[in-house]
Design a protein around this ligand. Structure first.
Ligand code: SAM
Length: 333
């Protein structure tokens, strides 16, 4: 790996162009045509925007792991709409992969992703696919693609999902795409178990109120705060590298014969806690719907301290909230 001092900045003009297009698309302004003009676009994307997406995958995959998602060492893993292939690289780091299949409408993207896998995962065979018709992967990965699909792409993806044994979809944590993901999750409930992040297998309560959406925040790695490369990228592109909202779902086909472990929590916190001086409020997803949880600094000192230190990593609060009050202890610096 290159050290912080010697890591050259990628072509920021290329990244700024891509970012502006993604923001327009996320604002619902237009569907995007193929935007990878040449391999250098994919290379620039990979150095910054894909890295950020990789941090979201790390958070989603850690939660999948905690929910008992099984390894995939001997399995066929397909990255649909692979771009530079960040999703499958992160997945293989966490869960392994026997063979990697890459599919994207852009040859530039697929070729770049295949080269990166040869470098990063030299023992894993990777193949680019001309089409996904008839392909039935053990694990299907979809990352930041839903919002870009036209009707034909959507139908193709739905058919592919129905042929997959396990599926992980990670998308940006904005309202529009997250609600689209929740609707897709609900459509798949008859044929798939939801392994993460949902605490129940009922319809998604985030879809009841117009203003709700299921999303979380990932934590960037520590070097983002210490490495000159990331400081320059953030400054020159005006990106807040700390804000990493994402939505995700991990599904297991009901006909695949894969056991999904019981989940012993009955909630999952959503979004970010609103932390005030003496109390904090959070929204929690439960089978009964979205519940407002309030905890106080005085009565829930342990949870309070965790919330202050690493709010993104706290997934549950009801259990701690309902625990008997504990004596206040001095707050750690
Ligand atoms: C925002 S990029 C995300 C790339 C990568 N999955 C990631 O997370 O970094 C969306 C990708 O989806 C691809 N894409 C969009 N529509 C597609 C379609 N109908 N079929 C296949 N790929 C598509 C684009 O070419 C692009 O590589």
């Amino acid at each position: 790996m290159l050290c912080a001092m010697s890591r050259p900045l990628p072509n920021l003009t290329r990244i700024a162009r891509l970012r502006e297009m993604f923001l327009e698309e996320r604002r619902g302004k237009r569907a995007l045509d193929d935007y990878w003009r040449d391999p250098k676009d994919v290379e620039a994307y990979d150095a910054v925007l894909a890295e950020r997406i990789g941090w979201k995958w790390n958070a989603a995959l850690a939660e999948c792991q905690d929910r008992g998602f099984a390894r995939a060492d001997e399995q066929v893993v397909l990255d649909y709409g692979c771009g530079s292939g960040i999703a499958v690289r992160r997945f293989a780091e966490h869960f392994g992969a026997g063979q990697v299949l890459l599919y994207d409408r852009s040859m530039h993207a697929m070729n770049f992703a295949a080269k990166r896998i040869a470098l990063d995962l030299p023992k894993t065979k990777a193949r680019v696919l001309p089409s996904v018709i008839g392909v039935s992967p053990d694990v299907l990965l979809v990352s930041h693609v839903l919002g870009e699909l036209d009707e034909e792409g959507n139908d193709e993806l739905l058919a592919l999902i129905s042929r997959s044994k396990r599926v992980i979809i990670v998308e940006p944590g904005n309202r529009r795409v997250s609600r689209r993901l929740s609707k897709l999750r609900d459509e798949l409930l008859d044929s798939f178990h939801v392994q993460a992040p949902c605490p129940h297998s009922g319809a998604c309560p985030s879809l009841i109120e117009h203003n709700d959406w299921c999303h979380f925040f990932a934590t960037p790695p520590p070097e983002v705060f210490t490495d000159g490369y990331w400081a320059r990228v953030a400054r020159e592109l005006n990106i807040d590298l700390r804000a990493l909202p994402y939505a995700f779902v991990a599904l297991v086909s009901k006909t695949a014969g894969i056991e999904v472990p019981e989940f012993d929590e009955d909630e999952r916190l959503l979004g970010r806690a609103d932390i005030h001086k003496q109390f904090a409020q959070m929204r929690s997803c439960t089978e009964e719907g979205i519940t407002m949880v309030e905890i106080t600094k005085r009565h829930h000192a342990k949870l309070w301290r965790s919330l202050k230190k690493r709010p993104e990593q706290i997934r549950f609060a009801l259990r701690d909230r309902d625990a008997p009050p504990v004596e206040e202890t001095p707050e750690e610096e």
